[in-house]
Design a protein around this ligand. Structure first.
Ligand code: GLN
Length: 240
């Protein structure tokens, strides 16, 4: 049976995630109502605008439903605004978040839309190395400021962790869905969702051992300046 992956489709870049997932051998569903979480194995929370997403989520008990989805064994992948929503804490703001991954995150930490940039990331877990890096785009991206000891750091941009995982929760501060590179979606499906075991009734939950790469305790993400030679590939219709 194919895994069923939902994409939260209230706002933001959900369509591009659906296109990227289409080559990953899964069934996909755009999720607009809480009830549609039922029967999903994984959910992608796309980039967009976290405050807008939060406003739209007031219509239904999304927080409760997403926390239950996670507690019941569902896997989650948050990208950009989605990573903000998944984090424990939004730095310097009184902004609600789901607290499903032990990260503190700062919004818009790399500047404005015009400061968006493409990057190539090494990520061995997703089969991306220096000679064939993962192609991603940072668009008004957040930055992880603190990462808990139980969080795995899967990719860095300069000194910043930009892709992290805690068990069945994956969070990226960038957009992986608009470059045609589907390796991270495959990683989510084949490693994170599959290891979580799906949400079938007789499933036994698999606990993924968590180590913290280079950060035995809480680590501060370095506030280094971001590469000045950026391109702005998305223009006016950028997905956020
Ligand atoms: N800056 C947005 C926010 O704070 C996130 C940007 C994005 O998802 N591309 O929610």
């Amino acid at each position: 049976m194919k895994l069923r992956i939902g994409i939260l489709a209230l706002q933001g870049d959900f369509a591009a995630h659906a296109r990227t997932l289409s080559g990953c051998g899964v069934e996909t569903l755009e999720v607009r109502r809480v009830a549609q979480l039922e029967g999903l194995d994984g959910l992608i929370i796309p980039g967009g605008e976290s405050t807008t997403l939060l406003n739209l989520m007031r219509d239904e008990p999304w927080f409760e439903a997403l926390k239950r989805f996670h507690a019941d064994g569902g896997a989650l992948f948050g990208t950009c605004a989605g990573a903000i929503l998944l984090s424990n804490e939004v730095v310097d703001r009184d902004q609600s978040s789901l607290g499903l991954i032990e990260t503190s995150i700062e919004r818009n930490a790399y500047g404005r839309q015009i400061d968006s940039f493409e990057a190539g990331l090494e990520c061995p877990e997703a089969g991306a190395d220096r000679s064939d890096p993962l192609k991603v785009v940072f668009i008004r991206a957040p930055r992880f400021r603190r990462v808990g000891a139980r969080v795995d750091l899967l990719a860095h941009w300069e000194d910043d962790p930009v892709l992290v995982r805690q068990g069945r929760v994956l969070a990226a501060t960038f957009h992986p869905e608009i470059t045609g590179d589907d390796r991270l979606h495959r990683y989510f499906v084949e490693q994170v969702v599959a290891e979580a075991g799906g949400r079938l009734p007789q499933r036994t939950e698999v606990r993924v051992p968590i180590t913290s790469a280079g950060s035995p305790t809480q680590t501060e993400a370095h506030a280094t300046a971001v590469e000045p030679s950026r391109s702005t590939p998305q223009g006016e219709n950028a997905p956020c």
